[in-house]
Structures are given as structure tokens and as C-alpha cells.
Write a protein that binds this ligand. Structure first.
Ligand SMILES: [Zn+2]
Length: 452
């Protein structure tokens, strides 16, 4: 299958630049540019039919014209949009059992950083489009693709710029599909049914810097109250008081949808999640952090810093905490909750880098109606028969948050069947995708392009 070769080559392009650099950094941008050229070279039939627009090395957009033009009535001619990113996170080479950037094929798996997140999706989309273009197919609705080169670093040069460009062109989309949920095979203990987790809602993202200042000096004469102790007390308070659990409608529907396939001993709790909410919260904690994170705003303590030398008092100690906001918590209210919990003026709380509010599901998405749901459900049922399709809350962020004003229906789903163990390889070691998954991914997008 050509797709395997296409992915292997894509994985060899080193788009794993570690941090954010100013626009125009040639060294950082060369591989991104190389990736864009690679698409052009690899998909000639698609490039003959589609219009390509390179906004920067971090952003490339395609428009695949429809056969209907504006003939579809009732506003149904709005285009659809597929998102992907071609940057990847770095890899700790020594922890891998295969080289992370060689695209090695071994025992039915393609290995490499980006094999699941998400060069596989990008390549599958392109292979599916290429195949259809070769056959002379053109879609009913216009189909757009937007590919970013810095999703793993907030999407400031990629997704954000592309979304601004779409807005400047007055473009709106009937629905948008981005990465997100997968077909989970053994995510939940004692539950055999594969679950297609279609993300219709996304948590917000907020990092806060907590800092405490003090006069610098020699460590032989420390002050009675030290900045580090003040900071530690603040962190302890935060760990003792978590955000209250809450059942949002998307999560309620997720659990209700799960109930028919759940083991008897707890099926009754999730069939009536609102009624048995306290029990559900305990159950979700036992089901794993994926599920407990669906019920509350989480706080992760990620960075801690003091003095550079062991015998110097730090003039500033700082910690960074990373919050994932469950609707209706927003950046502003969450900052308020944190400050109130810390309750200490000596601790300065500041927003660190880009913060985004949650992106709730739209009314139609929540009711599971509309063209996006229809197209997705049909394609999932056809390519992955026997799968339970469930609405899902994304606990991680995606590029799609930059596009929220451009569509009423953003979906976050990738057509890969994954076991828990394989999911853990995303951003971990030995990331890989089975060739079977790659093949069904292409079939899925072919079906979806026809349904769109
Ligand atoms: Zn990703």
C-alpha cells in the first residue's frame, strides 16, 4: 500500500523543532517548508485539482472545489474543513527501541514520532483525496484542508493565522474535523465494545505562574520566613482544595451512551449519571484519569524553580501550574478560584503564555443532529462496524480552538483503533501505527469525503 511508504517518508522530515522562535528563523522553518514541498510532490492529482495557498512555512491551506458550485440550496453549500498539523513533539532517542525519525516498518507497524500525532492523519487525508482525484471524483460540498506547523507550540503561527485568513475571506464552514478522540479498544476495564469517541467539546487551557519574591543574599543567613516556604504553602493549599466536580451535558450523554455496554455491576450508575453523581465521580476516578478529568477542572503542578546555586538565596521562587478548564469555568473565574484558594498576598499569580476558554458543544452537536454528525456516523459505521459511537469531551486542547468562530460544529476525531498501551505512546516512546489502521484510515476519509 502506497500510504505506508508515504507516511514513512513523512516521518523522516524532522518537524520536531523544540521551542517557539520568531517567524523567519530559517533553521526552524526549513523542515516545515520541506514538508509542504513533500505534499506537493507526492500528491500530483490532488494538486492539479485543488487550489493551494501557503501562508507561511507554518501554514498551508487547500481548497478542493465542489461539483455543485453554489447549487446546493438552503445554506447547505457551506464548505467543510479538515484540520491537521505536521509538526511533532521531540523524541528522547535513547528511550526508543527504534530510531524515532527513520519511519521504520516492523511487524506490521510504522514507527516514528508523529505516527499517531498526527502525520498519519494528514497522510491519510491526502491519500484519500489523491485517490478520489485520480478517479475524477469531485465532492458535493467544497472541501478545505488547513495544515499547521506549530500545533504542539500553541498554533500561533499556524492555526491562529489560518483562522484569521479564513475570517478575512468571510469563509464559514458547515463543520470542521480535527484530531481528538479515537476508537478506543480497551480504554475501560471489563468493557469489550470498541468506542468511537467523537469530541464535540473541548476543555480550556490555562497556565499560571505563582511567584514569591524575597531579598537575595547569602544562604548562611536565611530570613525567618523564606519565599520557598510561602510558595510551598500555596501549592499545598491548592492540592487540598480541588475544583468541584460537575456533570456537563456532553459528559452526561457520554455516560448514558456507554451504559448498554458496561458491566452490570456499574451500568446502573452511568445510566443515570445525574442521579448517582457522587458515585459516578468515585467510579470515574477508578476508571482512570481520562474519565475523572471529564468531571472537573484539573490542576497540574508542572514547573518549580528557585535559586541557580545551592548556596544562594533566590530573589524569586516560582511555580507553574497548568489548568484544564471544564465549562463553565473560564480563564477569569478560574484565576479567581486559585487566588482565593491560595489566599496569600505574598504569592503573585500571573497568566503564563496563551490561555483559552473551554469550547462548549453547540446545541445541534449536543443533540447529535446535523450534517457533521450524519457524515461522521455513516463513515464510522461503514468502516468500523460494531463500534459504539459516543459524544466525548476532549480533555486536551487541539488546534481547532482557534477556529471556533468559523463553524457551528467542530468535531475532534481520528479513525484509528487503539489500545490503551498504544495511546500512551503518543508524546511517549516508540510511537507507532499499525498498517491496518493506516489502511482503514484512508478508507474512512474516502467515505467521509463522499458523505460531506
Ligand atoms: Zn496532535
Amino acid at each position: 500500500m502506497e500510504t505506508i511508504e508515504h507516511l514513512r517518508q513523512a516521518l523522516r522530515i524532522r518537524t520536531d523543532w523544540p521551542g517557539t522562535v520568531p517567524l523567519g528563523n530559517i533553521e526552524a522553518e526549513a523542515p516545515l517548508k520541506q514538508f509542504q514541498d513533500y505534499l506537493e510532490k507526492t500528491y500530483p492529482a490532488f494538486h492539479r485539482v485543488a487550489e493551494q495557498r501557503v501562508l507561511s512555512p507554518y501554514a498551508v491551506v487547500y481548497r478542493w472545489p465542489s461539483n455543485a458550485g453554489t447549487a446546493l440550496e438552503g445554506g447547505k453549500n457551506k464548505p467543510v474543513l479538515f484540520l491537521a498539523h505536521y509538526d511533532v513533539v521531540p523524541a528522547e532517542q535513547t528511550k526508543w527501541t527504534v530510531p524515532p525519525f527513520d519511519g521504520e516498518l516492523r511487524d506490521g507497524y510504522v514507527y516514528g514520532r508523529g505516527a499517531l500525532d498526527m502525520k498519519n492523519t494528514l497522510i491519510s487525508l491526502m491519500d484519500a483525496a489523491e485517490e478520489l482525484c485520480t478517479q475524477g471524483f469531485s465532492p458535493r460540498r467544497e472541501i478545505w484542508f488547513a495544515f499547521g506547523g506549530d500545533e504542539e507550540r500553541n498554533g500561533t503561527y499556524g492555526a491562529e493565522k489560518i483562522a484569521q485568513w479564513f475570517a478575512s475571506q468571510n469563509l464559514r464552514f458547515e463543520w470542521i474535523l480535527d484530531e481528538g478522540g479515537v476508537i478506543a479498544e480497551d480504554q475501560i476495564k471489563d468493557l469489550e465494545k470498541p468506542l468511537a469517541l467523537v469530541g464535540i467539546e473541548e476543555k480550556g487551557y490555562l497556565s499560571l505562574e505563582l511567584s514569591v519574591a524575597q531579598a537575595p543574599g547569602h544562604a548562611s543567613k536565611p530570613p525567618r520566613i523564606q519565599a520557598a516556604a510561602v510558595l510551598a504553602r500555596a501549592l499545598t493549599r491548592l492540592s487540598k482544595r480541588s475544583f468541584p466536580p460537575r456533570l456537563i451535558p456532553t459528559v452526561e450523554r457520554f455516560f448514558i451512551g456507554l451504559a448498554p455496554f458496561a458491566p452490570k455491576k456499574w451500568a446502573w450508575v452511568i445510566r443515570y449519571p445525574r442521579l448517582f453523581f457522587p458515585m459516578l465521580a468515585v467510579l470515574a476516578d477508578n476508571m482512570g484519569s481520562d474519565f475523572s478529568a471529564m468531571l472537573r477542572t484539573t490542576v497540574a503542578m508542572t514547573q518549580l524553580e528557585g535559586s541557580a546555586a545551592d548556596n544562594v538565596m533566590p530573589s524569586l521562587v516560582r511555580a507553574v501550574i497548568n489548568l484544564r478548564l471544564l465549562y463553565p469555568w473560564k480563564v477569569e473565574t478560574a484565576v479567581g478560584f486559585i487566588k482565593k484558594t491560595i489566599n496569600d498576598d505574598r504569592v503573585v499569580v500571573k497568566i503564563h503564555q496563551l490561555a483559552t476558554d473551554p469550547v462548549p458543544a453547540t446545541e445541534a452537536q449536543a443533540r447529535r443532529v446535523g450534517p457533521g454528525w450524519e457524515a461522521l456516523e455513516e463513515a464510522i459505521e461503514e468502516i468500523f462496524p460494531g463500534t459504539a459511537i459516543l459524544p466525548y469531551l476532549m480533555t486536551a486542547t487541539t488546534d481547532s480552538r482557534h477556529y471556533q468562530t468559523l463553524s457551528e460544529g467542530i468535531f475532534r476525531f481520528a479513525p484509528v483503533c487503539l489500545k490503551k498501551e498504544e495511546l500512551a505512546r503518543i508524546h511517549g516512546h516508540d510511537e507507532r501505527i499499525s498498517t491496518k489502521n493506516l489502511e482503514s484510515g484512508v478508507q474512512f476519509y474516502i467515505r467521509l469525503f463522499k458523505n460531506a
